[in-house]
Design a protein around this ligand. Structure first.
Ligand SMILES: *Cc1c(COP(=O)(O)O)cnc(C)c1O
Length: 435
């Protein structure tokens, strides 16, 4: 191997990248974040060998400390029963408050703008109900034709519930013909064009199929210029790319915690409500956990709203489904999203450039090539149609490479900088180019 000019993986250039296992091992040896991998349980094959686990965009792996955090709560429950609400090692009445700082850090929000609650689609419904306030003339919602099905179902069912007409009121954005990704200028043009008829824009910050990162500040500004609200589904964005929800001025956002946040299957999700909506909030569905904690247990008849985003909570949260996130947020805080992003770019650069240097053109990256338009995920489109693509995909898991397939012919891979190695990336490259 020729020795790369770079000092660490953070300053690799395309010229440094070599399509070899030696090079991958050089990268792992020059990765300042490499030690974080030992804090996670990496899923294994039948022989107990670690998988090249590239599906952290679907379900992140378990931080070892998650087990300790859950056991602490089980112990409090066993020892204290109901007293655990007030006297547990982390009292359950205020347990959700432990997640504010981590969520604020990951979303670029103020602490009172974020809350850990419910699950993603539930939060989408709660927030859409608050922020979609159609009038006779302003009632259109912009979504994406290729939106994740749950998001589309949420929007369509809400429009029907408030007496709207899905065909008239829902505008669907689609890529230009022959293209796979949306163009920010086209989204902006649709918003401008809809103008006074536009009530709400709700999009995924990172598109789940293509991995494209949209220009969230630009789209938010355009929605506001039209007099509409703007919300973001950050399922594939949180823990993946740096976010600045407060300064971008997003009205609301929600996300799940089991993808890049490693919160475990069905983990408690989260929501953001910009502080400009706190003093005079839109209507919302209410429950006792949204009330002021100082008066909540007086059990009075009136809704005395809790502070900020907390007022959108309805129930006391499932503690065991929150506990793993404490472990994960601690790791994120120590690793730092900027360094993680830099490593992610190096890993994706390795995969993309190595595939190219191997002269492999049957597999093309459909994720936009500009670094600010991609996160951890690369969506690989396999030439030759579904049966060919499916056959390529079906050979990966037997070689210990975990990723996923999306019809018609896309293989999604997400090297996650917290726990994946360059060697994982190499295993993928070798398996794809051997075919
Ligand atoms: C993963 C994902 C979901 C999943 O919804 P749940 O309510 O967590 O089951 C919804 N929307 C998007 C965009 C997703 O990526």
């Amino acid at each position: 191997m020729t020795h790369p000019a770079a000092q660490s993986i953070f300053d690799l250039t395309a010229a440094d990248i070599q399509p070899t296992r030696d090079f991958a091992q050089w990268c792992d040896a020059h990765d300042p974040l490499a030690a974080f991998r030992s804090e996670f349980a990496i899923p294994t094959d039948a022989q107990g060998k670690p998988l090249a686990y590239l599906v952290g965009n679907s379900l992140g792996v378990m931080p070892h400390a998650a087990r300790t955090r859950i056991n602490e709560e089980l112990d409090d429950w066993a020892k204290l029963g109901a007293e655990g609400h007030l006297y547990g090692c982390r009292p359950w009445v205020s347990y959700h408050e432990l997640f504010r700082a981590g969520l604020a850090e990951l979303t670029g929000a103020h602490a009172h703008e974020v809350v850990a609650m419910n699950t993603l689609t539930a939060n989408l419904h709660f927030l859409l109900l608050s922020f979609y306030q159609p009038t006779a003339t302003r009632r259109r919602i912009i979504i994406e034709r290729g939106a994740f099905p749950s998001d589309r179902f949420a929007v369509h069912s809400l429009v029907r519930m408030v007496g709207g007409d899905v065909h008239r009121d829902v505008i669907e954005l689609a890529p230009r013909s022959g293209e796979e990704c949306l163009r920010n200028e086209d989204i902006e043009a649709t918003i401008d064009h809809t103008g006074d008829a536009l009530a709400l824009v709700i999009l995924g910050g990172v598109q789940y199929y293509s991995g494209q990162v949209l220009d969230m500040p630009r789209i938010t500004r355009a929605a506001h210029r039209a007099g509409a609200k703007c919300g973001w589904d950050l399922a594939h964005a949180i823990g993946n790319v740096p976010l600045a929800l407060h300064s971008w001025g997003a009205d609301f956002a929600c996300w799940c915690s089991y993808k890049y946040l490693n919160g475990g299957p069905g983990a408690v999700a989260g929501a953001f409500v910009h502080e400009r909506h706190h003093a005079d909030p839109p209507p919302r569905l209410e429950g006792w956990w949204g009330t002021n904690p100082a008066t909540r247990f007086e059990m009075g008849p009136d809704f005395d709203a809790g502070p900020g985003a907390d007022a959108w909570q309805v129930s006391n949260p499932p503690i065991f489904s929150l506990a793993p996130l404490l472990a994960s947020f601690d790791i994120f805080h120590r690793a730092g999203l900027d360094r993680l992003q830099a490593k992610s770019r190096a890993m994706n650069g390795f995969i993309e450039i190595a595939l190219r240097k191997c002269g492999h053109d049957a597999i093309r990256v459909l994720t936009p090539s500009a670094t600010h338009e991609r996160g951890c995920q690369l969506s690989l489109i396999v030439a030759g149609g579904t049966p060919v693509a499916r056959a390529v995909y079906d050979r990966l898991l037997p070689q210990g490479i975990a990723c996923d397939f999306r019809y018609p012919s896309v293989i999604r891979v997400a090297p996650v900088p917290l726990y994946n190695t360059f060697d994982d990336c190499w295993r993928l490259i070798a398996a794809l180019t051997a075919q």
